[in-house]
Design a protein around this ligand. Structure first.
Ligand code: CTP
Length: 484
């Protein structure tokens, strides 16, 4: 097989390699994706010789800055099409048992291909003038690509033990590409699970992100479960498995339900963090599960416990403990709220409160709730979806009227402190809460005058007096407001 190599940078690499008297090949993911017709990103070039030296020459020819990573023996330039082209000398590697850090010596293309993770990732093509674009495939990677198989070039125990992340990568590629992992590799993952201990959680969570961004993430989580990696990587998800029965009554399998919710949400969002929220929305269920006579199985407060557990999961996987995590927590915490707004007689106040609590994430919350419908009965699904349509309409009507979504309190703590000459104290919180409640309950309109009047009323109830500063002026609230 020969691939088209008309790309300018390939021609330059080819010419410079010839001048240096070394052989260069494109290898790995770029080759795989080109053959699969997937958008191909970064280009890895392996050189039978000095990779960074070739990069320097190519950089000089194309005018690209050359970044040298001396510690890794690699160098990188940018192609004119904006790809990152990374150069490395072909290596022969052997790994020690207790670390991911290999000892490296120079090798041939074949040595380099042999130490790659999967046959489909060991494919390379030539950049030599005489056979430009010719695919070098010593391990039948092309056939595995055609048959949709993930297979290691070496005995899987060796490949996985060398870098245990490859066990998760195998599962990730299977999920992303819709491929199968060959049975001997699948069994090897189970055997080598102990090696996971040397991995940094950041690398694992990168793979989880890619699984979640795949067309059917459930495939990946099921493979993790089958190979027993799930209980190591995401024990909170693994704990959702199973059904308990009492008095002949069982609850649904929250693990299966969760995976279905994640698959359901895929066509509706490319937001990774919303997909994480789908994955974690019920993780509070095992801790809150009760069997109550007459009622059956309940999971009271699982959304509150779940939101707290989101922090634990993020911390465990060393994912960012920032606004992304808070967003996931918020969606987990609120995921039961929209269903409560389904009844006909629901008040505007309840709708306003949800708009206030969800803010700009209200649409994402509704997307999550719709994905959360997993009944096998199409009529039931259609009924729930219609109900959520109704909720969406109510949310829209109330938002148009009251503009609660980006609610900013018309009176701030600062204003209250200045008006009454007080320092931070309980009373400020009481006044602010009272104004917020009055607006959300529709007792006063969402505007400054009404909020100020209520501030005065409440402050006088609390025994506060408006302060006059040392020049004798009253630092009145209207002035502060017009400054604000
Ligand atoms: N590789 C490997 N073992 C790893 C990681 C990577 O053997 N643990 C090799 C594979 O040949 C892979 C190449 O390095 O194709 C590039 O790795 P990377 O950029 O991480 O993956 P890609 O295969 O390019 O796929 P993706 O960009 O989707 O991660």
């Amino acid at each position: 097989m020969k691939l088209d190599c008309s790309k300018h940078v390939f021609k330059i690499i080819s010419e410079e390699a010839e001048i240096m008297g070394v052989r260069a090949y494109v290898i790995g993911g770029y080759v795989r994706d080109r053959i699969l017709g997937r958008p191909s990103k970064d280009i890895d070039v392996v050189v039978e010789g000095d990779g960074p030296a070739l990069a320097r020459r190519v950089g000089a020819r194309t005018g690209s800055h050359v970044a040298i990573f001396a510690r890794f023996g690699t160098a990188m330039i940018h192609s004119e099409d904006g790809e990152e082209v990374e150069f490395v000398g072909a290596r022969k590697e052997s790994y020690s048992r207790d670390s991911r850090k290999p000892s490296v010596s120079r090798g041939t293309l074949r040595d380099d291909q042999l130490r790659r993770d999967f046959t489909i990732n060991a494919l390379s093509f030539s950049l030599q003038k005489e056979d430009m674009g010719e695919v070098y495939d010593p391990f039948n990677g092309l056939e595995d690509l055609r048959n949709g198989l993930i297979r290691t070039p070496l005995d899987p125990d060796t490949t996985f033990s060398d870098d245990p992340l490859r066990m998760v990568r195998a599962i990730r590629f299977a999920t992303q590409l819709g491929f199968s992992i060959v049975p001997e590799a699948l069994e090897s993952i189970g055997r080598n699970r102990g090696r996971m201990a040397i991995l940094s959680p950041e690398r694992v969570s990168e793979e989880l992100h890619k699984i979640l961004m795949s067309p059917r993430p459930s495939v990946g989580f099921d493979l993790m479960d089958r190979t027993t990696l799930l209980e190591l990587i995401l024990p909170a998800l693994s704990a959702l498995k199973g059904v308990e029965t009492q008095d002949g009554r069982g609850h649904k399998d929250n693990y299966r339900h969760t995976l279905q919710v994640v698959d359901n949400i895929v066509p509706h969002t490319d937001n990774l963090w919303l997909r994480w929220a789908a994955l974690l929305h019920d993780i509070g269920k095992p801790a809150t599960k009760r069997y109550e006579k007459g009622l059956g199985w309940t999971f009271h407060g699982h959304e509150v416990v779940g939101a707290r557990m989101v922090y634990e999961v993020f911390k465990y996987l060393r994912m960012p403990l920032n606004e992304k995590m808070k967003y996931v927590q918020k969606l987990v915490l609120l995921h039961l709220r929209p269903i409560a707004l389904v009844q006909e007689e629901v008040t505007d106040s309840a709708v306003r409160r949800l708009l206030f609590d969800a803010g700009d994430d209200i649409d994402d919350l509704m997307t999550l709730c719709e994905a959360d419908i997993t009944s096998k009965n199409d009529r039931t699904v259609a009924r729930h979806l219609a109900n959520f349509q109704l909720v969406r309409r109510k949310l829209q009507e109330v938002e148009e009227k009251d503009r609660i979504r980006n609610f900013q309190p018309p009176v701030t703590g600062e204003m209250i402190m200045q008006t009454y000459g007080i320092k931070p104290c309980r009373e400020i919180g009481i006044i602010k809460e009272c104004i917020k409640d009055a607006i959300l309950d529709g007792r006063i309109p969402n505007d400054r005058d009404a909020a100020l009047a209520l501030m005065r009323e409440k402050a006088s109830e609390l025994g506060l007096k408006e302060s006059h500063d040392r020049y004798g002026f009253c630092a009145n609230a209207e002035k502060l407001l017009s400054d604000a």
